[in-house]
Design a protein around this ligand. Structure first.
Ligand code: FAD
Length: 405
């Protein structure tokens, strides 16, 4: 059995790992160039972030990482953030929350790392003999009852039993097989951006804390990565939704009123920072004959819900196990894909609903709402924190795996 997986990100690499374990031959097609970890010196020099941004990784995906034997390797990348400091635009600290309670509640089963370091761990686990092709995408897909034929951007034509679209929210596989993105996108009214900076003085001042500057409609997170480098994570309301032609100019305009270290960091912003819409993806059926979607391509919950990467890793496990259980019979692929969707989708729908509820609190639109949030955060910074954090850390369970049951 052979699968072509488009997208060598978190969902794609995890799916390849589980399918190879089940005896499938896999080819991963990734349109970015190959890269080497979150703190690649070239990336620091240009300000781009192959590592992306920091993610808190816990819940179902953490269980999967453990099942893959990668727990320790993922923890090797833990940034060990010790707290979050909220600050007014002039830099004055308004709230401080330690991460101890969160980590304690999660039973230590939580790690904060660069998204790219999770990806790198999965890539290493896949093995150097795995067929992973960089700098390529997909131009054509044709299905027939026995399989799928695809054409890649270098003109290569490949035949497989299954095509997996693990190519994120802007999925090309989804566009070619399921329809245009507009049909599946639920925009949450905000844009997000991230970039790296090299500034030993700022890095030193940050310590091991995440610093969140807040003002109505805008929010800027800053944290240290190493003794000389740091990263920003920005989120602002953007009701009209259209992505700017010049993201750096847009960031400088939107965050112009913020003080503290932000003007200095915006001055160092690279021309093409990571910049995207905050959105969810809702696809009514996740597979169509011999094509299936996994990860953000069909189930993006958005950064407002959190756990998108965790859900992508967990979904990849379910997909891999169901296909593995189907054996080498092509006829059973369809029912394996249905079971995968039945097990994962209810959890995604619950998380997406939570993300939509969270949207108006994540970046408050008014001063009043921001002050209310500040009070709620202060409450969360008290011994009551356990009670406040527990529902957030509650790990939704996927429908049981028949093989383990
Ligand atoms: C700012 C921010 C903060 C976040 N915080 C968290 C968090 O704290 N915890 C958490 O769990 N999640 C978090 N997430 C969500 C998480 O990053 C995503 O849910 C996760 O990366 C999804 O993985 P994926 O593999 O499905 O998609 P992606 O990570 O988007 O990977 C898709 C891959 O496909 C490739 N690709 C795209 N198009 C093509 C194409 N046409 N051809 C070939 N390859 C292609 C891309 O280059 C990429 O490698 C956050 C997201 C953002 C933006």
């Amino acid at each position: 059995m052979r699968a072509i997986i488009v997208g060598g990100g978190i969902a794609g690499l995890a799916t390849a790992w589980w399918l190879r374990r089940a005896g499938w031959e896999t080819t991963v097609v990734e349109h970015r160039a190959e890269r080497h970890g979150g703190l690649d010196p070239d990336a620091t020099a240009t300000g781009t972030i192959p590592g992306g941004y920091v993610i808190d990784f816990f819940g179902p995906g953490y269980d999967s990482i453990e099942a893959m034997g990668l727990r320790d390797r993922v923890h090797d990348h833990d940034l060990r953030l010790e707290g979050i400091q909220y600050r007014a635009t002039n830099g004055r600290r308004t709230v401080r929350m330690g991460t101890d309670a969160t980590r304690r509640l999660g039973g230590g089963r939580l790690v904060s790392l660069l998204r790219g370091d999770l990806e790198l761990t999965l890539r290493e686990a896949l093995g150097s003999d795995a067929d992973v092709r960089h700098g390529l995408s997909l131009t054509r897909v044709e299905q027939d009852p026995d399989g799928v034929t695809v054409e890649l951007t270098d003109g290569t034509v490949e035949r497989a039993d299954l095509l997996v679209g693990a190519d994120g929210t802007h999925s090309r596989v989804r566009e070619l097989v399921f329809g245009p993105k507009e049909r599946f996108r639920r925009y949450l009214g905000a844009h997000t951006a991230a970039f790296l900076f090299e500034d030993p003085e700022v890095a030193d001042a940050l310590g091991r804390e995440l610093h969140m500057l807040e003002a109505p409609r805008v929010q800027a997170g800053v944290y240290r990565l190493t003794e000389t480098t740091g990263a920003t994570f920005l989120c602002h309301l953007a009701p009209d939704g259209s992505l700017p032609a010049d993201p750096r100019a847009r960031l400088r305009e939107v965050y112009a009123g913020m003080g503290w270290y932000l003007p200095r960091l915006l001055a160092a912003c690279p021309p093409r920072p990571f910049y995207d819409e905050v959105e969810q993806i809702v696809v009514p059926a996740w597979s169509r004959s011999r094509v299936v979607l996994v990860g953000d391509a069909c189930q993006a919950v958005s950064l407002m819900a959190g756990q998108g990467a965790s859900m992508a890793v967990a979904a990849a496990e379910v997909l891999g196990r169901e296909l593995g259980a189907a054996g080498t019979s092509g006829a059973r692929i369809g029912s394996a894909l249905s079971r995968y969707e039945e097990r994962v989708k209810p959890v995604i729908e619950t998380k997406q609903a939570a993300g939509r509820r969270m949207a108006r609190w994540f970046v408050p639109a008014s001063t009043t709402r921001m002050l209310v949030r500040r009070q709620l955060l202060r409450l969360a910074a008290t011994p009551l924190a356990d009670r406040v954090a527990r529902p957030f850390l509650a790990s939704p369970k996927l429908a049981p795996d028949r093989q383990r049951a």
